[in-house]
Structure formats: C-alpha cells, structure tokens
Design a protein around this ligand. Sequence first.
Ligand SMILES: Nc1ncnc2c1ncn2[C@@H]1O[C@H](COP(=O)(O)OP(=O)(O)OP(=O)(O)O)[C@@H](O)[C@H]1O
Length: 470
Amino acid sequence: MPSDHRAILIVDDEPSTIDSFELSLASQGMQGIDRCEDSRAVMDLLAKAPADVVLLDLVMPFVTGEELLERIRAAHPETEVVVITGIDTVDSAVTCMQAGAFDYLVKPVDGNRLFATVARALEMHRLRRENSSLRSGFLRDTPARPDLFGHIITDNPRMLRIFKYIEAIADSRQPVLITGESGTGKELVARAVHAASAASGPFVPINVAGLDDTVFSDTLFGHVRGAFTGAQNARRGLVENAAGGTLFLDEIGDLSPASQVKLLRLIQEREFTPLGADMPKPAEARVVAATHRDLESLRDSGRFRDDLFYRLCIHTIHLPPLRERKDDLPTLAEHFLRKAARALGHDVPRVPPQLHALLASHDFPGNVRELESMIVDAVSNTTGPQLPMLPFRRRIAPSPMPQCSAADNSGQPPTIAFPERLPTLSEAADQLIDEAMRRAGGKQTLACTLLGISQPALSKRLKRRTATHD
Ligand SMILES: Nc1ncnc2c1ncn2[C@@H]1O[C@H](COP(=O)(O)OP(=O)(O)OP(=O)(O)O)[C@@H](O)[C@H]1O
C-alpha cells in the first residue's frame, strides 16, 4: 500500500475483529487496507495519510469511538466513517448518524453486508472528492497545472475552462467523451486527460471507425492460442496493453452495433474476455472516447446505444470549432510557422501584415488541422524573407455570394445569377462592398482583403458613397 494514501482504516481494540474484517474485504478484492488497535494513534495516522473510509469501533480504551467520530469528521470531512459496534441501541445509532457517520453496523457483521457498505462508502468518498475538486477548480481562471496543456496552443477562455474541467476530473476513473469537429484537437485533449490523471500505464490510441466486429474484438481483447484457425500464438489486446493507463477510442460514433455491446460490457463490468478464453479478465484502463459526429442524434436515430451513450458521457468535453475561437488564430499561426520552418530547415519568415485579416475572414471547416496545413504549404513555398500570400489566397477563395447559383455536378465553379436588369458597374461594386463589410464585421482591414483592393482604395470608395448620399 502506498504510504501517502490508505483506502480503508479499520480501528478496533480487538485484533481478531480487525483480522476478520480485513480478511473479508481483501477476499472480495478490496485493497489498501490498514489497521489500528490503539484509539490514541488514529488521528496521527490520518494526519500522515488520510483514509477514504474508516471502520470505527465505539467501545475502546482511552478514546471512545464517538469522540473519534467527531474529530475525524471535523479534520477530514471527505473521509467516510462506518461505525461497527456491539452496542445495539437506537440512541447510539441516532447519535452516530447525527455526528456524520456514513452507516452504523451491529456486530457480528455478515461479510457481504460489510463489503456492500464499504463499497458504497468508497463511492461516496469518490463523489465528494470529485465534487470539491470541481468546485475549487472553477473558482480559478486558469488551470493549476498549465504544464499539462503545454502542447495545446490557446489563449481562448473557453479552452482554458476546458483545461480546468480536465483537472477537476483527473482523479475519476469514469469514461470521458470528447466531441468536436474534425481537426479541433480531440486527440491532443485526450492526451491531456491522460497526463492529468497521473496514470502509471500508457496512453493507447485506436481509431475504431470501419473495424468490423471480429477485428474490433481481437484488437481490443486479444485472443488465446488456438482461438481460431491460424491463431498460433496468444495475442494481448489493447485493453490489456493500456492497463493502469488510458485506452483512447477515436471515431466512437462509427462503432458497429455488435462492437457497441462489447464496449458497454467493458465499461460497465470493467472486465473483458479474450477470444477463445474461458474466464474474463479485469479491465484496468480508463476509457476516453472521441467523435466528430453528433452522438446524441445518432442515439436518437437508434444508431448508437442509449445505455452506452449514458455510460460514455459521464464526463463530456466539447471542443469549439476554430471559427468560434478566432482569437487563437495569431498564436496558432505563429506556432505552426515556427514548427514548419524548423521542420523544413528554413529561417522563420516574416508574416505579411494582411495575413491575419485574411485568416480571420475564413471559417476553417477543417479547423486547426487546416490552418496547420495552409502554413506548411506557405512555408514550403517561401523563397524570400516574407511568407507569400498567394498560397493562402488560393485556399481562402471568397465564398459565393448569396444570390449565386449552387455548383452543379459538372464540377464548374458556381456562377453569379444576374437579375433581369444588369446592375451598373458602380452598383455592383457598392453591393460587393456592402457584403464584404458585412462579412468582415465592419472592419475595413478585413473587408479590403476580401475584396482584393488596398485599404486606401476601399476607404476612398466608402467616403465617395457617403458624400453622394449626403
Ligand atoms: N490547440 C492546438 N495547438 C496545437 N496544435 C493543435 C491544436 N489543436 C489541434 N492541433 C493540431 O491539429 C491537428 C489535428 O488535431 P487532432 O488530431 O487532435 O484533431 P481531432 O479533433 O482529433 O481530429 P479528427 O476528428 O480528425 O481525428 C494535429 O496535428 C494537432 O497537433
């Protein structure tokens, strides 16, 4: 048992009682059990290493159980205390429950009852800790451990709140669901969830889209030797490889119905059976799943199991698309610029002043991945000291205006549908300017980039128009 943490502390002046409780709990798989026969030593022991649950006798020499109960509740409010005593009176039970005992059991205690009570107390302890960590996390503006998120470049307040949430759920072993459009950084966030959990095991990623059920089962659960024709050797599955760590299931929205049942069992029962094996094995990996799909609609349309959905979404993280956090564009662009220059062995080129405006005018359907690839493309096309604008302009084509007809199947770009009376050049220019200003949110620097004219030219046109209207 690690010296800085104990799950269960049994306090009783009768060594044989402690022995029997310890045996009963350990035989049902509980770990981290410690003992104390001297009531005077309990508070010191807890000060050195708090316990999740204390099993407390009431009648003991030196310090009584009632007194210890009060002291433990005051000094360690997250520790659950289960009173186990030979005193079978209503008064005593009521007093202990009012003093904050989690439960009151009368000796002799049946082994199954003891196990069930301690399991509930441990779960209550876990919930209390999660709750208080969530509360304290949300009172801060920035994550307490920014080092965990160093590889995720952002200054955006929504993203910083997500980091705090990740810290708050770090101790939980429950699944985490990460949603967000493709390229928003779901895998990076999954790695941060893993790092925050301080898990001793590895991060094991797998993309489950398109895996048929047999491949899914074999990949995740492995097989025993001779499980099927050609299985000459046993194979460990990824669940086993990820023991003590994180199993990251990407594209979970594309999981086949048969595999959904198996995943549900893994999460629910925390066990799995390798192909051809007789006995299940305990699953010791935390499941983190991600999807770019709308899992709720998939559930509503019956394509994703209800029960699996609810199991997965106990902790949910939704990553906003890049177009909803454009304040991150300059920092991200700078980051990718340096990264690409380093990788291509170039000097870091200067950023042309109009680039940020052009980037801000774009919606980035491919999100951060699209931005990165644009910058890599531009850096590899750089011949002088400054990043060229052309590679960006080629990718950020002005989108068709509302009155344009949609592209047909001929692969030709959409054409503008003209009204019966052709507008004059000046009228058409005015309409284009209005539309560009609307799309640029009123910012002239951005609008002139969209129109492909200089800022003085735009400003001159706008002034001329105002003068005509006056
Ligand atoms: N905030 C960020 N900082 C630095 N790099 C990022 C950031 N967000 C995403 N990236 C980079 O963008 C690319 C896409 O990220 P990632 O693979 O995590 O996205 P995803 O949401 O999992 O995409 P998909 O749904 O397609 O699997 C990766 O190269 C990643 O390193």
